[in-house]
Ligand binder design. Structure first.
Ligand code: F6P
Length: 337
């Protein structure tokens, strides 16, 4: 069996650990070959590949990013046609045959899961692994990359407390998450945020300012506000700048903003993500050995399972008001808007 493996969409810590899990299981346990495909689905169009060996897998467990490179190439977009009239999915199927690839492991986020589902329907043997810092992939409790991003964001929020306290300021920090508020919720609660604004829970800037005012009346000399990048704003400024400007204008309290940005996607994966990536990678290879395709690996509780790709595509895993961290946070006086 010869496996093709690719990484697609935004990078994050844990991708290389997943590649390692797939490859070491395939090579050592099943005697399979693994071909790395460069730059996501783009590498399948150009047959830009490399054969993985035990040597090339060394040092991957704790290495950030993806050694295969990535892209946001979507072969089925706009009917899948190139400018010179080639049907990309057909070309990819042909190239896989020429490369001797029996199946494909796709490591990626929502866009990649959608593409993987389309390739499965197109007759390609596909197994996918959910990857994203946003944790917004439906069908799995957690995606690898999320814990690492929460760890980075929490460390940043921890650091804001001392400067906010020294200057008696309101500090607003914007974290990633695309349309989901998982990073803001988990890092906001772990970092002691006083106000946490999520895309899934509408906020009223008057409530935000009243919360800050009440805190000041109770002698709280500073406030930490954590905002997800996907919250509603005026559509002009970045969320952190919009919220900070409104707070300073309406309360008169000195307010500063920080946009954490791509730091949340950098560096080495946390131990949790390393082990989740290892488990998911190994189980992807196990499904292949069993001839079980068209599925996405998933974490359900503490067990690794898999779900049909057609059930995953097009759905989002979003924060709900009933989530325990939201319920407990509200009971403790944290403002969610
Ligand atoms: O999906 C991961 C993510 O980092 C999102 O949180 C963010 O909105 C997006 O990618 C940024 O995309 P790009 O890397 O293309 O700028």
């Amino acid at each position: 069996m010869r496996i093709g493996i690719l990484t697609s969409g935004g990078d994050c810590p844990g991708i290389n650990a997943t590649i390692r899990g797939v490859c070491k299981t395939a090579i050592h346990h099943y005697g399979m070959e693994v071909v790395g495909i460069h730059s996501g689905f783009q590498g399948l169009l150009t047959k830009d590949v490399e054969l993985f060996t035990d040597k090339s897998l060394s040092g991957l467990l704790n290495l950030g990013g993806t050694v295969l490179g990535t892209s946001r190439e979507k072969p089925f977009k706009k009917g899948g046609m190139t400018l010179d009239g080639v049907h990309k999915p057909t070309l990819i199927k042909q190239n896989m045959k020429e490369l001797g690839l029996d199946c494909l492991v796709c490591i990626g986020g929502n866009g990649t899961q959608k593409t993987a589902a389309k390739f499965a329907a197109f007759g390609i043997n596909v197994v996918s692994v959910p990857k994203t810092i946003d944790n917004d992939i439906w069908g799995t409790d957690i995606s690898f990359g999320f814990d690492s991003a929460v760890s980075i964001a929490t460390d940043a929020i921890d650091r804001l407390h001392s400067t906010a306290s020294s200057h008696k300021r309101v500090m607003v920090i914007e974290v990633m998450g695309h349309k989901a508020g998982w990073i803001a919720l988990y890092s906001g609660m772990a970092g002691g945020g006083d106000i946490i604004l999520l895309p899934e829970i509408p906020y009223d800037i008057n409530n935000v300012c009243e919360t800050i005012h009440q805190r000041a009346l109770r002698g709280k000399s500073y406030t930490i506000v954590v905002v997800a990048e996907g919250i509603r704003t005026d559509g002009v400024k970045r969320p952190a700048a919009y919220i900070a400007d409104e707070i300073e204008r309406m309360t008169g309290i000195e307010t500063r903003e920080t946009v954490l940005g791509y730091i949340q996607r950098g560096g080495s994966p946390t131990p949790f993500d390393r082990n989740l990536s290892t488990r998911m990678g190994g189980h992807a290879t196990e499904l292949i050995a069993e001839g079980c395709f068209g599925r996405m690996i998933a974490l359900t509780g503490n067990e690794i399972s898999s779900v049909p790709l057609e059930e995953v595509a097009g759905k989002l895993n979003l924060v709900t008001e009933s989530h325990d961290l939201v319920v407990q946070g509200r009971r403790m006086g944290i403002c969610f808007g």
